[in-house]
Design a protein around this ligand. Structure first.
Ligand code: PMP
Ligand code: GLU
Length: 396
């Protein structure tokens, strides 16, 4: 019999973040007390004025198909926001609005990558990157970074990974899963290699508003004038405005690329939800005070989580400049027994922590970094406190 599944789909792994979150939910449903530090999603509700804009859109009948790549008013609002924030001169023809940033990434790889072309991805990387590149027929080339360098790719390592088949570099700053963030100078050094090697850069900037301790976020294409023509920025409302369920993300791309993404979307999904698009517009056009409130709350949690990690023997992590994750080095606690059971790998450690103590995390291997565990601090202080008390008990 012929094989049922296509080669690309047969090789596809499920998302580890969503799998661990589902496991935590399952355990909770069975009556166990579970604290989930697995899924990276703000625990806040979407601010009221954004919900009100959605209700108004529904009442005004904005409930029909829109232009497949998004309503012109939202594209305009996105351009205005970026112009004010980063001084970047994008036009609506550069914007594609999609069903969340994950969908944006799928579009970008499908439009840019030919069979066998390579995309350089620094590890630790967000779980979906490598799988989405493979799904588009590309080859993810994983380049390891070091905790001592705050998990940042160096220009030397970038250059060494380039081959004649390299098509793009994929950068995530601030980073999921490490919370690391590149300075303008560091981005400039990477940009010089990308320009010299004639590569695309896909800059996932979805955590740009969640930055701590007064550090300054720098948007990739601002560091060299030549970058606008070779950069694709990924962004959206999911993290900044606590709008994960609304499914709105967007890309900034050169017009020719954006046009093809619009064609792809017109065939594949049509427009992202019309009501969510109006809500996203309200998010960008109204006061940003709600963003600052949530950011400040995340910063307190980041400080708390950093202090708890530092206080536990054998745990460590890099500097967390942004996003809401701690990427914890658990290597000193592997290769030993827990309640008589030998635990060798980060995957077993995370599963055992969930099973024994009801704390859900995500194994570093899913992010291309065995020996680590990712903890999301998008949880209340009470939950974080309880979770760390349980982790301490577990390690004893
Ligand atoms: N990029 C990164 C780095 C992320 O952490 C996420 C997580 N949601 C996404 C993209 C996808 O975002 P969305 O929910 O808008 O699809
Ligand atoms: N980005 C979040 C995370 O890394 C949400 C889950 C997902 O989209 O995979 O946990």
């Amino acid at each position: 019999m012929q094989s049922t599944l296509s080669r690309r789909i047969a090789a596809l792994e499920p998302s580890a973040t969503l799998t661990m979150a589902a496991k935590a939910k399952e355990l909770k449903a069975s009556g166990r007390k579970v604290i989930s530090l697995s899924l990276g999603e703000p625990d806040f509700n979407t601010p009221q004025h954004i919900c009100d804009a959605a209700v108004k859109a529904m009442q005004e009948g904005k409930t029909r198909y829109t232009v497949a790549s998004g309503i012109p008013e939202l594209k305009q609002a996105v351009c205005k926001f970026y112009q004010a924030r980063h001084g970047l001169e994008y036009k609506p023809e550069n914007i594609t609005v999609s069903n969340g940033a994950k969908h944006c990434l799928h579009n970008v790889f499908t439009v840019l990558i030919d069979e066998g072309e390579e995309v350089i991805i620094p590890a630790p990387y967000w779980v979906s990157y490598a799988e989405l590149v493979k799904l588009a027929g590309g080859v993810p080339v994983i380049v390891e970074t070091r905790q001592e360098d705050d998990f940042k790719l160096t220009p030397e390592a970038f250059r060494a990974a380039c081959t004649p088949k390299t098509k793009a570099l994929l950068l995530c700053s601030p980073s999921n899963p490490t919370g690391s963030m590149y300075s303008g100078e560091e981005l400039g050094a990477l940009a010089d290699v990308a320009i010299e090697k004639d590569l695309w850069v896909i800059a996932d900037e979805i955590y740009e508003n969640l930055v701590y301790s007064g550090h300054k976020f720098v948007s990739f294409p601002t560091v060299r004038p030549e970058l606008m023509d070779r950069t694709i920025i990924i962004n959206g409302v999911s993290k900044t405005y606590a709008m994960t369920g609304w499914r709105i993300g967007w890309t900034f791309a050169p017009a020719a690329v954006a046009k093809k993404m619009a064609s792809l979307q017109s065939q594949e999904t049509s427009n992202p939800c019309s009501i969510s698009q109006y809500a996203a517009m309200a998010a960008l056009e109204s006061s940003q005070e709600c963003v600052e409130q949530m950011r400040a709350e995340f910063e307190k949690r980041r400080d708390y989580v950093a202090s708890r990690i530092a206080a536990i023997d054998g745990l460590s992590c890099g500097n967390m400049y942004g996003a809401f994750y701690a990427f914890v080095n658990i290597q000193p606690h592997l290769g030993r027994e827990y309640g008589g059971k030998m635990i060798e790998t980060d995957t077993d450690w995370c599963l055992e922590l969930l099973e024994k103590k009801g704390v859900a995390t995500v194994m570093g291997s899913a992010f291309g970094a065995p020996g680590y565990a990712r903890l999301s601090f998008a949880n209340s202080m009470e939950e974080l406190k309880d979770a760390f008390d349980l982790i301490e008990e577990f390690l004893k």
